[in-house]
Design a protein around this ligand. Sequence first.
Ligand SMILES: [Fe+2]
Ligand SMILES: [Fe+2]
Length: 185
Amino acid sequence: MLKFNKNFFVRDISDKRYKHIIGVIESSKNLAERYNIDKKKVFIAAALHDIAKEIHINGRDLKKIFKNDRYLIKIPPVWHSFIGSLIAKERFKITDNEILDAIKYHTTGHPEMNEIAKIIFIADFIEPGRKYKECIDVRKKLKGKMELDKILLLVLEKKLIYLINNNKIIHPYAINLWNKLRSRF
Ligand SMILES: [Fe+2]
Ligand SMILES: [Fe+2]
């Protein structure tokens, strides 16, 4: 079992990030229990999801890694999720694709994202350290018994509205996920 404490990430994360990760672990554990999803996998994905958030990656390496994706290179806030998945595989020897994909898609989402990825995507948005109105709204709605994909859609909607209002580029994975969920509900 993966042991988790601050030393685990030494030099890679700040106290602020550490607190956020603890929050994501807590929220994702609650969601995993509620929706009956593998708690061990959810824990590992939550613990590692922001592993690359505060590391510096040089531009040349980024271009190499993202060479097949013309949008990714233009959206710096999502780089850490894709790089994080690579670090989880290389440094932490995670081989489970569900966990790796959960780390990889925790910022953009993905139309084919697995249940663990959905949990991390939601938990990252609603963890107790998040204080803005949109998160509080989602947390309130969670008190009812809502289908997991409906919460996913709600979180995605809040994120997309933010991106549009701030004139940001939206990765096609997020748009495709939106279309998939929107055509269901
Ligand atoms: Fe993140
Ligand atoms: Fe995060």
